[in-house]
Design a protein around this ligand. Structure first.
Ligand SMILES: Cc1ncc(COP(=O)(O)O)c(C=O)c1O
Length: 374
């Protein structure tokens, strides 16, 4: 299996732990360990204090699977399989669902492994391109025209990285029907679910919407616990989960035992954990909106409907975002993620608004913009 480098991860490997402000992070401000442990109930505190650091159950700790299942309306604990982050789940799932001769459709621009791993299986991959001029919306008619008799998988990421796009309910229902009618499996990457700016916009989970659809979830984004590296797949298709579990024997075998317990703590206290994330994001997006209002003649901004990231565009003629962002990080220690890291040709960049240092980071961005773009 040969895969191109994961461009975004290589970029982060260079910058993530050296810059002052990650103004392009996709996760929410990480939860402090002490605060998380403060949320433990009697059972989870005891699980934590008496934990033995052996191998854990390869399908996931039974209490963790139960908590994850309760995030869905119709999913049972044994319809959940845990992984080391969403990333491992993507790797295993695509490897057991696709093979040479298959055709997959994947939204783009997007999280690279969703199409890169798909391609590496030997399947043919068609990108479903999202456009700023359409508000980054899914185009169901175009998606229908992209189907072939060999289409076995449709991959969407909603809420979407990097644009913050979230389809309305009608479009989502059309998508589910289209996949079912075509006999294609739907993989819904829902790692930003729970971060809808208006909670009323939350979509049903893919796994609840169709018997063969698969939901991909993780502790990293809305739950602000990326360091736990706990992700999962949920689906009514138990045979598929069994194949993914067998594949996982060649990757990590089982999850990290301490991370499983900490995930149970967080999911039992999910109302508090999500409320904290939503509060951070809601405060920050107002500031970001204010910035783009003031700078409407230099940047375009499609306001995200969900998530902790957006995909604005620098519109100053003759200034390329790669150069501008490279100078910005040197001058101010503020990191943006240029669209080129997504293989996208536009002058866009990813901006993250999940971190608590956003006011200072935005202030530095603004002063640099004032010096260089006015
Ligand atoms: C859309 C999407 N899917 C999957 C992942 C992988 O999540 P994790 O790094 O927690 O495994 C990410 C991370 O940025 C993502 O943005």
């Amino acid at each position: 299996m040969r895969m191109a480098d994961f461009a975004l991860e290589r970029y982060f490997a260079r910058w993530e732990f050296t810059v002052r402000h990650l103004l392009c992070a996709s996760d929410v401000e990480p939860y402090p360990m002490a605060d998380l442990l403060g949320l433990a109930d009697a059972e989870t505190r005891s699980l934590w204090e008496t934990l033995h650091l052996g191998y854990s159950e390869s399908t996931g700790h039974p209490l963790l699977r139960r908590e994850i299942a309760s995030l869905y309306d119709t999913i049972a604990p044994d319809e959940v399989l845990t992984f080391a982050g969403a990333e491992e789940a993507i790797f295993c799932l695509l490897n057991v669902t696709l093979e040479p001769g298959d055709h997959a459709i994947v939204t783009w621009p997007g999280y690279q492994s969703l199409f890169e791993v798909a391609r590496a299986t030997g399947a043919e991959v068609t990108l479903h391109e999202l456009h700023e001029s359409d508000g980054w919306a899914l185009d169901i008619d175009r998606l229908r025209r992209q189907l072939t008799p060999m289409t076995s998988l449709i991959v969407v990421n909603v809420p979407h990285n990097p644009t913050g796009m979230l389809p309305d309910r009608e479009t989502f229902d059309e998508l589910v029907t289209l996949a079912d009618d075509a006999g294609a499996r739907l993989l819904v990457d829902e790692v930003y679910r729970g971060l809808e700016l208006d909670e009323a916009d939350r979509l049903p989970a893919g796994a609840d919407a169709s018997g063969r659809a698969v939901s991909l979830g993780v502790m990293s984004k809305a739950y602000a616990l990326a360091g736990l590296r706990i992700g999962w797949l949920a689906t009514h298709d138990r045979e598929l989960l069994a194949r993914a579990a067998a594949f996982k024997d060649y990757t990590t075998i089982c999850s990290s035992a301490p991370s499983e317990i900490l995930s149970i703590v967080a999911l039992r206290a999910r109302n508090q954990v999500l409320a904290r994330s939503r509060r951070i994001v809601a405060g920050n997006i107002e500031r970001v909106d204010g910035f783009f209002e003031d700078w409407a003649d230099r940047f375009s901004w499609v306001r995200p409907r969900a998530g902790s990231i957006g995909f604005p565009r620098l519109t100053v003629p003759g200034v390329t975002i790669d150069d501008w962002a490279a100078d910005l990080v040197e001058a101010e220690g503020v990191l943006l993620l240029p669209a080129s890291q997504f293989g996208h040709p536009g002058n866009h960049f990813r901006l993250g608004f999940g971190r608590t240092d956003l006011p200072e980071a935005l202030g530095r961005l603004e002063s640099y913009a004032t010096r260089t773009l006015r």
